[in-house]
Design a protein around this ligand. Structure first.
Ligand code: P5A
Length: 438
C-alpha cells in the first residue's frame, strides 16, 4: 500500500481526551476515531489489526473443534424473559422498540439466543457435544466507558457456547477452551494469566478470567510471584486427550481476581504474593443448566430420560485486545507490533521521492515485495525524513526498509528493526531475500 493513497490520518499532538497510552496511540496512529462515548469507527490501519487478532482467535477456536456461526446483534426481548435475565440486566442493556411495538435489545451477550437455536435443533444425546462460536459486536451501556476501546460500549467479542450431556463432558469442554485461550494469547505474544474469577451476571460457579498484568489495568488482581517468571507457551496438547492434568498444572499456582481473593484464605505467603493491575482479555464460565433449564433445552439421554443441556460460555474481548496489545508493546516513539498481529509486515521508506534513482529503486523493491506476497506500507510521500521516521515509528510495523540517495549509489538499503532498534545495511537483493524467504 502506498502511503500517498492510504487513509491514515495521523495526529502530531497527544489528544487531550486520552488518558492511557494505548488510547493515545490508537488515535495518533489513525487506527480509530470516536463516534460517541465508548463507540468507535475503525479506520484502515486499526481494522487490519482487529482482523488479524480476530483471525488468530478464529484459528484457535477451529483447532479446538468449535464451529463458527454468526448470530445477530439485535435480539427479541422474549428470549431474555424466558431465562429471567431481561429484568436482571438493568441499564447496561440497550432496549429498543420496533415499529410493531415489540421489545428488542442490542445483545450484550448471546447465551439465550444460542440456547434457543440449539434447543430447537438437538433432541438426542447422540447429537452432543456441540461448541459454537461467533465474532460479533456487542453493546453494553457501561456507566463509565473509558480508555478508548478497552472499555467501550460497543465492542467486538468472540463468544462461544458449549453443550454437553453431563457435568464431566462439560468440564472437558471447559478445559478445551482453557487450553485454546492459553494458545490464543500466547500466539499474540501476550502473557495472559488464568485467574479464578467471579461469575457476575453470566452465572455459574466455575470461572476463569485471563488477565494481562499492566499498570493501566482496570481490575485488581493477585497472583503467586512465580507467575512472573512463567512462560505461558502455546502448548500443543491433543484436545481429545484427558485435559484435567493440563488444567490442574496451569491452575496450580495461585492467581485470583479481587472479588475471589480473600487474604485470610490465601495459600500464598504475603512475601510471595503479587498484587497488581490486570486487563481482562478473556473470561470463561461453566454454568450447567442455568439457561437450558428455564428455556427447556433438553435432550433424551441414553436411558430415555430427558436431561437439560450442560452449558458453558467463553468470551474474548477482540477489540479490547487491540488496546491491550499496545499497552504491552510500545515505547516513547509509538507502537511496536508483534509480527503476529502487525497491520503490515514491513514499512518501506523512500527518503527522496523526487530523486529519479531513489524512486526507481524504491518502486522496484515495493513491486517485488508485493509480488512475493509481503504486506508493505510504502511511504512514497514528499515529506521530510524526520517526519517519515516519526510516522513509521509511531505506527510500529515490525521492520523498516529505508532507501536514500547514498544507499542507492552504493547499492544498499538500511534495514531497521522497530523493537530492538538494530540497523543493518543490506544489498537490495539481500533485503528482498530476508523478507520473502520466511
Ligand atoms: C462469555 C461469552 C461474557 O459475556 N458470555 C459470552 C460471557 N463474558 S464477559 O466477561 O462479560 O465478556 C467477555 C470478554 O469481553 C470483553 N469485554 C469488553 N471489551 C471491551 N469493552 C467492554 N465494555 C467489555 N466488556 C467485556 C472482555 O475481554 C471480557 O473478558
Amino acid at each position: 500500500m502506498r502511503l500517498t493513497q492510504y487513509f491514515l490520518p495521523l495526529l502530531r499532538e497527544n489528544p487531550s481526551e486520552a488518558q492511557i497510552v494505548s488510547h493515545r496511540l490508537m488515535l495518533r496512529a489513525g487506527m480509530v476515531r470516536q463516534s460517541s462515548a465508548g463507540i468507535y469507527s475503525w479506520l484502515p490501519l486499526g481494522l487490519r489489526v482487529l482482523n488479524r487478532v480476530g483471525q488468530i482467535v478464529r484459528e484457535e477456536q477451529d483447532r479446538a473443534g468449535a464451529q463458527e456461526i454468526l448470530m445477530p446483534t439485535i435480539q427479541p426481548a422474549e428470549l431474555w424473559r424466558e431465562s429471567g435475565r431481561y429484568d436482571d440486566y438493568g441499564k447496561e442493556m440497550l432496549r429498543i422498540r420496533d415499529r410493531h411495538e415489540r421489545d428488542m435489545l442490542y445483545g450484550p451477550t448471546n447465551e439465550e439466543q444460542i440456547t434457543a437455536i440449539v434447543r430447537d435443533a438437538i433432541r438426542s444425546y447422540r447429537d452432543l457435544p456441540k461448541n459454537l462460536y461467533h465474532i460479533q459486536w456487542k453493546f453494553r451501556d457501561e456507566v463509565r466507558p473509558r480508555f478508548g476501546v478497552m472499555r467501550g460500549r460497543e465492542f467486538l467479542m468472540k463468544d462461544n457456547y458449549s453443550f454437553d450431556l453431563d457435568a464431566a463432558a462439560a468440564k472437558h469442554a471447559y478445559n478445551k477452551m482453557f487450553l485454546a485461550y492459553l494458545r490464543t494469547f500466547a500466539r499474540m505474544g501476550l502473557k495472559a494469566i488464568p485467574m479464578r474469577a467471579d461469575t457476575g451476571p453470566i452465572g455459574g460457579d466455575l470461572s476463569h478470567e485471563f488477565q494481562i498484568l499492566a499498570e493501566t489495568g482496570e481490575s485488581e488482581v493477585f497472583c503467586d510471584r512465580r507467575w512472573l517468571d512463567t512462560d505461558i507457551l502455546a502448548a500443543d496438547v491433543d484436545y481429545d486427550s484427558d485435559l484435567e492434568p493440563f488444567f490442574r498444572h496451569w491452575t496450580s499456582l495461585y492467581a485470583a481476581t479481587d472479588e475471589m481473593h480473600k487474604p485470610e484464605n490465601c495459600p500464598v505467603p504475603p512475601e510471595q504474593l503479587v498484587s497488581a493491575r490486570g486487563i481482562e482479555v478473556g473470561h470463561i464460565f461453566y454454568f450447567g443448566a442455568k439457561y437450558s433449564k428455564p428455556m427447556g433445552a433438553v435432550v433424551t439421554g441414553p436411558n430415555g430420560d430427558e436431561v437439560p443441556l450442560e452449558m458453558g460460555s467463553y468470551g474474548i474481548g477482540v477489540s479490547r485486545l487491540v488496546g491491550a496489545l499496545i499497552e504491552a508493546n510500545h515505547d516513547d516513539a509509538g507502537i511496536i507490533w508483534p509480527d503476529s498481529v502487525a497491520p503490515f509486515r514491513l514499512g518501506l521508506i523512500n527518503l527522496r521521492p523526487a530523486d529519479a534513482k531513489c524512486r526507481a529503486a524504491a518502486d522496484d523493491l515495493y513491486a517485488k515485495l508485493r509480488r512475493a506476497g509481503v504486506e508493505v506500507l510504502y511511504d512514497d510521500r514528499d515529506d521530510s525524513p524526520g517526519a517519515k521516521f516519526a510516522a513509521m515509528d509511531l505506527i510500529g510495523l515490525p521492520d523498516q526498509l529505508i532507501i536514500g540517495p547514498r544507499g542507492v549509489a552504493a547499492g544498499t538499503i538500511e534495514c531497521k528493526n522497530r523493537r530492538s532498534g538494530a540497523r543493518v545495511d543490506l544489498s537490495l537483493d539481500a533485503a528482498l531475500t530476508r523478507f520473502t524467504s520466511a
